[in-house]
Design a protein around this ligand. Structure first.
Ligand SMILES: C[S@@+](CC[C@H](N)C(=O)[O-])C[C@H]1O[C@@H](n2cnc3c(N)ncnc32)[C@H](O)[C@@H]1O
Length: 395
């Protein structure tokens, strides 16, 4: 099966193939330095973020048609326009408010949010801040913002790490799915950790006894679900995501964080029939399940356990402002206002916009799998994007 999927993937061009060889060499050295094995989480971290080499840290095109996958802001400006309307609702209620975007990708979402806020005469009093782990993407974000919104550049700044405190809005679209995951297998006599080793010059997955933190994480999930996983059940745990949410909870003083990603509740995530887990690889718009090939030139990503994310937020003192799918977020959040002049647009623009909105909202496209979790602190009214329905109890 994997072989067939591998064969059906497009061939990388010569430059990407050469880059892949360099990343593979780096990974082999890391594995050798660690005595022959590294955890899958460490492999994923290096494959995505090794400085100058990892998928997000090196200069390949990732987003949009020329890249490997498409995110909501790359599909349509409507996503950022509606999100900007949600930002206004929060910014209006908070002193010295700013927007903090984490993991800004190409910078497209920042452009859409800032230009909509400028149109609505509602730019945040304390600016738009971006925290981006990849030096390469940060350069691209700066270039895009310079090109498209030169007049608003004085509003934008880049941070090196999370600030001590933040008032206003935090936005993170598809950041959690890009954090490294641990992979485990439940065995009758314990929990195994999946590791990456090298055999015959090829990366292979091997099992070893799980370290204490992973055993504790798996046991905690089993306790929540009320039963032990069956022998051989395998999945992922993203301790990096829960840590990241705990850090964010320390930072958000007054305001709302809108966290978007594809994901499900814990019960769905760890359903027996989902053994094998939720890790996916994206290469030139092909989705497959072999993370050990194409290191550094394919995206590795795992669906999000939103129950774990919500729990980490609540443990950190945040409240759940709402939990909806992307379609509900957009429809509840002001899509109709954003489309008020739809009938005045030329017919080709209407057709293009309709196609984009279908992609963002249809359940068979991005409408259902993608969710928005709202996290808040302070005496704020609930953002209208969560007013249509609220699925928090499903978590
Ligand atoms: C899948 S991309 C999504 C990009 C963008 N938000 C979008 O929707 O198009 C993930 C982004 O998160 C960034 N990222 C991953 N981990 C991060 C972290 N710990 N802090 C800041 N940015 C991070 C990546 O470099 C990349 O920009």
């Amino acid at each position: 099966m994997q072989h067939k999927q591998h064969l059906s993937l497009p061939q990388p061009d010569a430059e990407s193939a050469a880059h892949c060889v360099r990343v593979a060499q780096f990974l082999r050295e890391k594995i050798a330095d660690s005595g022959g094995r590294i955890s899958f989480a460490e492999y994923m971290h290096h494959a995505l973020y090794a400085p100058g080499l990892g998928y997000y840290s090196a200069g390949t095109s990732k987003f949009g048609e020329a890249g490997d996958f498409v995110t909501a802001p790359e599909v349509s400006p409507v996503f950022g326009q509606v999100l900007a309307r949600q930002c206004v609702e929060v910014l209006d209620q908070v002193e010295s408010a700013s927007i903090l975007e984490v993991g800004a990708g190409s910078g497209r979402l920042a452009v859409d949010i800032l230009s909509t806020l400028a149109e609505l005469d509602a730019l945040p009093r304390s600016g738009y801040r971006i925290l981006e782990i990849s030096a390469d993407l940060r350069e691209r974000q700066e270039a895009l913002l310079h090109r498209e919104l030169p007049e608003l550049m004085d509003q934008v700044s880049w941070l090196e790490c999370l600030p001590d405190g933040h008032n206003g809005v935090i936005v993170a679209n598809e950041v959690l799915d890009a954090l490294p995951v641990e992979r485990f297998i439940r065995r009758q006599n314990g929990v195994s950790q999946l590791c990456v080793a090298v055999e015959d010059d090829t990366f292979v997955l091997r099992e070893r006894e799980a370290p204490q933190h992973l055993v504790a994480a798996v046991s905690a999930i089993e306790a929540e679900l009320g039963e032990q996983f069956p022998d051989g059940f395998s999945s992922e745990v993203c301790t990096a995501a829960t840590q990241w949410i705990s850090d964010l909870a320390q930072v958000l003083r007054d305001g709302v964080a809108f966290v978007f990603d594809y994901g499900v509740s814990r019960r769905e995530y760890y359903a027996t029939e989902r053994s094998g887990g939720w890790l996916r690889c994206h290469f030139r718009h092909h989705v497959h399940e072999n993370p050990l090939i194409l290191p550094g030139i394919q995206d590795l990503t795992a669906w999000v356990d939103f129950s774990a994310v919500a729990e980490a937020a609540v443990n950190g003192g945040l409240e759940i402002a709402g939990f909806v799918n992307q379609a509900q977020f957009l429809i509840g959040g002001g899509l109709d206002q954003q489309l008020a002049n739809f009938s005045e647009l030329p017919i080709d623009a209407q057709l293009k916009l309709s196609a984009q909105i279908k992609l963002l909202t249809l359940p068979s496209e991005m409408g259902e799998h993608f969710k928005c979790l709202g996290l808040s602190r302070g005496a704020l009214t609930q953002p209208s994007a969560f007013s249509l329905v609220d699925r928090t109890t499903s978590l």
